[in-house]
Design a protein around this ligand. Structure first.
Ligand code: FO1
Length: 320
């Protein structure tokens, strides 16, 4: 029986929580996760893909719940030794996590693609869910401040998102190709819905949407495209989304996020506490689902995933 497939667009922690919930209510072969790679960077000679690893570790149930990144039960001998040598330590690489970066870097140097390497790492670590890097080509987020441009991980980790930003750009975006595997999944006859996870719209989802052909491919998709708001009552559950919105001149609210996506989505999911913005979003021609979007427990994650999948199913029946 063809049970249908779901493509999720995801970035870091919010995306990981959502896809973990989806993995709890779908069969592995039904879920295809297209992941932001514009956070990737080269550090200490290693090729690091924070969002891919956050999604991969979460789907393998190996993730560190407290930090939201890295592995559970991690040890830090490498960092301690590096620090003893006076090395660069602002970006924490755990001993076990380090193996992922070393293996990925080595295989990239041997000529394998990021897609092939990600599939192998994910399978070795214990998931058969299809994790698709948005592109095999390098794209790098750069935030602009009054004092000049800052590479994303420098801004995010080393400077703890403190600089005020006025613009975000994605270096390499013009040349990078959308992963053909993702295009195939979006064009698949078994596709039931596209879910834009509650990830940061500006630095996690926008890099994916900015790749050439993505918006065009989405415009031809015959199934509902649904986004889940990462903003609840004017605040982001985790990360700098609300701060970024303020600095970029947007009011941090779920209706502003809906507006950001309004030309591509059919449905938008907001938290129960944001019920007052329903009319404003519906006026944009977008259907709205109001539910609990706070994902503290695995039950919360699965319930939200179930709600979003049913919302998509209802929209399909109504012919949206
Ligand atoms: N985030 C931090 O805030 N501090 C770190 O030291 C750090 C190390 C790190 C190592 C590997 C990895 O895959 C991710 C890591 N992150 C760290 C998270 C990451 O840089 C950001 O959360 C994402 O780029 C934002 O989505």
């Amino acid at each position: 029986m063809d049970v249908g497939s779901y493509v999720a667009f995801a970035g870091g922690v919010g995306g990981a929580k959502m896809v973990q919930g989806m993995s709890g209510v779908l069969r592995d072969e039904q879920l295809k996760v297209v992941v932001n790679t514009a956070d990737d960077f080269e550090h200490l000679g290693l090729y690091i893909c924070p969002d891919l690893d956050t999604i991969m570790y979460t789907l393998c149930n190996l993730h560190n719940v407290k930090t939201g990144w890295g592995l559970d039960n991690e040890t830090w001998n490498f960092m301690q030794s590096l620090s003893n040598l006076g090395g660069t330590t602002w970006f924490s690489l755990g001993d076990h996590d380090l193996a992922t970066h070393v293996e990925r870097t080595n295989r990239l140097n041997l000529g394998d693609t990021l897609t092939e390497i990600t599939a192998d790492l994910a399978s070795k670590l214990g998931t058969s869910i299809c994790i698709i890097p948005m592109s095999n080509d390098p794209v790098r987020t750069v935030v602009h401040t009054k004092d000049g441009p800052i590479a994303f991980q420098d801004y995010f980790v080393r400077l703890a998102c403190e600089p005020v930003i006025n613009r975000i750009c994605f270096e390499g975006i013009e040349k990078a190709l959308f992963n053909p595997l993702a295009t195939n999944e979006l064009n698949s006859n078994s596709l039931k819905a596209v879910i834009i996870c509650p990830s940061n719209p500006y630095v996690s989802i926008n890099p994916i949407l900015s790749l050439k052909s993505v918006r065009e491919t989405l415009s031809r998709v015959k199934v509902p495209i649904i986004a889940v708001s990462p903003i609840i009552k004017g605040r982001a559950i985790k990360g700098p989304a609300a701060k970024m919105m303020n600095e970029l001149g947007y009011e941090p609210s779920s209706s502003v996020v809906a507006k950001e996506y309004c030309d591509i989505i059919d449905g938008f999911v907001i938290d129960n506490t944001d019920i007052d913005v329903v009319d404003c979003i519906q006026e944009m021609g977008i259907s709205v689902l109001v539910t609990n979007t706070i994902m503290n427990s695995i039950e919360d994650k699965k319930q939200l995933a179930q709600d979003v999948i049913e919302f998509a199913g209802d929209m399909m029946i109504k012919g949206v």
